[in-house]
Design a protein around this ligand. Structure first.
Ligand SMILES: *[C@@H]1O[C@H](CO)[C@@H](O)[C@H](O)[C@H]1NC(C)=O
Ligand SMILES: *[C@@H]1O[C@H](CO)[C@@H](O)[C@H](O)[C@H]1NC(C)=O
Ligand SMILES: *[C@@H]1O[C@H](CO)[C@@H](O)[C@H](O)[C@H]1NC(C)=O
Ligand SMILES: *[C@@H]1O[C@H](CO)[C@@H](O)[C@H](O)[C@H]1NC(C)=O
Ligand SMILES: *[C@@H]1O[C@H](CO)[C@@H](O)[C@H](O)[C@H]1NC(C)=O
Ligand SMILES: *[C@@H]1O[C@H](CO)[C@@H](O)[C@H](O)[C@H]1NC(C)=O
Ligand SMILES: *[C@@H]1O[C@H](CO)[C@@H](O)[C@H](O)[C@H]1NC(C)=O
Length: 615
């Protein structure tokens, strides 16, 4: 061992003397930095005459095809070796055996197909290895075994199909790994699990379509995960990131269409979240959860249509929000937990409706520390402000045009409806206002039904409550509340469901409940139903207002159904019509007691009064 040192020392001395002379023919050498550059010299082999004390050797952009143990065996002091952009397809085992001091090895852009165990043996001080843009198809077990100090590994732009479970064994110092542009069809979970000290993982341009639960396990030090350009990924399942404790997550250029709230919930320490260029359309209230440390949220170029009020209440430290290039028509102040903490906002490139909801972003109103970045947000409506940037908006334009109007619910406001069990029923609530009011229906059982609800009872786009198949316990009083930032309006509607076997939902409506109504308009309805015991089917437009019936009667063109409807209306009016005026009925009813659910509602509120208007 000692003899070897003396020998090597001797050689160094010898060559130091002749340094000025020793530089390969076409290369440039610097004695001071002990570097040799043979960049782009069309070399087909490692040139003769490289000084053996060379520390930095650049052989990039040449025509090297093979690396053998002889090539670098005499350069014990080599720290930086650049072999990128050659034609290397074979690196023989032991080629870097004597490069104990090597820190950086660049093999990028070659034609390497395999890294067998042993090829990189000896590189105990290597910190950076670049294998990007080669022809690696698999990474074999123990390929990087000796690289204890390797901090950064790049194996992108290969055709990697498979990473063996033990490929990364020994990379105990690895902090940053980039896996990009490969043919992997799944996250190499088992292989990655050996990287206990990994801090950054970048996986870009992959065609992985599915993230399995616990895809990234035992990566307890991982802080930053970048999944960029995964065009096939359409969701982030709840447990897919479980086990990680990230501070930065990039999930960008994906096909993810719903906000991945459940998957993120396990990452309470997140400070930066980038979900740009996804297909997320809505962020609902409460969906994001609580991220007390999140300072930056980016959702640029997604397909955002709405961010609900209170959507970001869990983001108490949010300083930057980028929602530029989306389809948002507004961004309400109430979206944020603390709008005053927000410093930077990117809102450009959205079709903004400049009404009262955006007042808080005008220079005169906005929190003093808030800056609007990038493109200045522009109004696309109302017409008069279209094309103007928020910065330009001043009085008197503001008080004249940046306004909202309270919701108003259409004229045929109060409804009394009856439906047969099993038949659909619709209660309308056509609300107008600017911005368009959102509608919530409260059922007799105090359930809130909104446009987001799904199931047997839903709210349609126009605010109509749609019961797909009425059940007896649906009978009762419904309330529709339409609200927008300017205020709210409400409306009551009552529904009586008539059972087919003579049972019904409302005790007081046993007779008159054969009268069918379709609430979608006050003046006519089109129904199809069975009639009593028999099976008389009718399907026609039935005018249910008295005037029309009287006119029809007078004209003598009364159908069987018309007669029936007319009789029921008379019956109805007669039996309930104590407080009858010219065009109003006052009806008092008590929900059916035998029906458990409606009885509850009745007990709490007693008999109710309904005002029914006939046009
Ligand atoms: C390389 O690493 C070994 C231990 O693995 C260490 O003893 C040696 O000093 C290092 N050499 C250089 C040049 O850093
Ligand atoms: C990798 O994917 C590319 C493009 O889809 C394809 O051309 C190539 O053959 C694939 N390579 C392997 C090894 O599967
Ligand atoms: C993204 O999702 C949409 C809708 O589900 C689908 O039509 C489209 O093909 C998807 N794109 C990719 C690349 O998977
Ligand atoms: C998660 O990360 C945060 C910040 O990096 C750290 O304070 C916390 O202790 C970590 N939690 C666990 C369970 O490792
Ligand atoms: C967020 O992701 C997008 C898409 O990859 C990228 O363009 C943008 O630079 C990222 N933002 C930050 C701050 O890294
Ligand atoms: C409707 O507005 C009133 C005040 O105008 C308010 O007290 C009430 O809470 C609002 N209701 C809803 C459901 O928004
Ligand atoms: C109610 O009437 C509308 C048209 O006015 C019709 O489209 C709808 O199908 C009817 N609903 C029922 C339950 O009959």
């Amino acid at each position: 061992m000692r003899r070897y040192h003396i020998l090597a020392g001797g050689a160094v001395l010898l060559l130091l003397a002749g340094l000025a002379l020793s530089c390969p023919a076409r290369c440039e050498c610097s004695a001071q930095s002990k570097s040799v550059s043979c960049h782009r010299k069309r070399l087909a082999a490692v040139p003769e005459g490289v000084p053996i004390e060379t520390r930095v050797l650049d052989l990039s952009k040449n025509k090297l095809r093979i690396i053998t143990p002889d090539n670098f065996s005499s350069f014990h002091l080599l720290e930086d070796l650049d072999l990128s952009d050659n034609l290397i397809s074979v690196v023989e085992i032991g080629s870097f055996r004597s490069q104990l001091a090597l820190r950086s090895l660049n093999l990028r852009s070659n034609a390497i197909q395999l890294v067998p165990a042993g090829v990189l043996a000896g590189l105990g001080n290597l910190t950076g290895l670049d294998l990007d843009h080669n022809r690696l198809v698999v990474l074999l077990d123990h390929a990087f075994q000796d690289l204890r100090k390797l901090a950064s590994l790049q194996v992108g732009d290969n055709e990697l199909v498979f990473i063996s479970q033990r490929a990364f064994v020994g990379l105990s110092g690895l902090q940053s790994l980039t896996l990009e542009r490969s043919n992997l069809s799944a996250v190499p979970t088992e292989a990655l699990a050996h990287l206990h000290n990994l801090v950054e993982l970048r996986m870009r341009h992959l065609s992985i379509a599915l993230l399995k639960p616990f895809s990234f396990k035992r990566l307890s030090r991982l802080c930053r995960l970048e999944l960029d350009y995964w065009p096939w990924l359409d969701s982030l399942p709840p447990l897919s990131l479980h086990g990680l404790n990230l501070t930065q997550l990039f999930l960008t250029n994906t096909n993810v269409s719903a906000f991945p709230g459940a998957a993120l919930r396990h990452l309470p320490y997140l400070t930066h979240l980038n979900l740009s260029f996804s297909r997320i359309e809505h962020i609902h209230q409460g969906e994001l959860g609580h991220f007390p440390h999140l300072t930056e949220l980016r959702l640029q170029g997604a397909r955002l249509l709405s961010i609900e009020v209170d959507a970001f209440v869990g983001l108490v430290s949010l300083q930057l929000l980028d929602v530029s290039q989306n389809r948002l028509d507004s961004l309400e102040r109430g979206v944020f937990a603390s709008p005053d903490a927000l410093h930077r906002l990117c809102l450009g490139g959205n079709p903004l409706v400049c009404d009262c909801r955006l007042l808080w972003l005008l220079n005169s109103h906005k929190p003093p520390s808030l800056h609007l970045l990038d493109l200045q947000p522009q109004c696309s409506a109302p017409e008069y402000l279209s094309g103007k940037t928020l910065r330009e908006l001043k009085e008197p334009l503001v008080s004249r045009y940046m306004t909202c109007s309270e919701p108003r619910i259409g004229a045929n406001a109060t409804q009394l409806l009856m439906a047969y069990e099993g038949q659909p029923a619709r209660l309308s609530c056509a609300a107008e206002g600017a911005p368009r009011p959102s509608v919530v229906w409260i059922t007799p059982h105090r359930r809130y039904v909104t446009a987001k609800s799904s199931g047997r009872v839903e709210v349609g786009a126009d605010g109509t409550l749609e019961i797909k198949a009425a059940e007896l316990h649906d009978s009762g009083l419904y309330r529709c509340i339409a609200s927008n930032p300017a205020g709210n309006a409400s409306l009551w509607a009552s529904l009586a469901v008539k059972g087919l076997g003579g049972r019904d939902g409302l005790r007081g409506s046993n007779r008159s409940s054969n009268y069918m109504a379709n609430s979608s308009s006050g003046s006519g309805s089109s129904s199809s139903s069975t009639w009593g015991n028999g099976t008389v089917l009718y399907n026609m437009t039935v005018p249910i207002d008295i005037k029309t019936i009287i006119i029809s009667t007078a004209m003598g063109c009364l159908s069987f159904l018309g007669v029936v409807v007319f009789c029921f209306l008379l019956l109805f009016a007669w039996s309930r019509g104590k407080g009858r005026h010219k065009s109003n009925f006052d009806i008092e009813y008590v929900p059916r007691k035998s029906n458990g659910a409606s009885a509850e509602a009745a007990e709490s509120s007693g008999p109710r009064r309904v005002n029914m208007k006939m046009i």
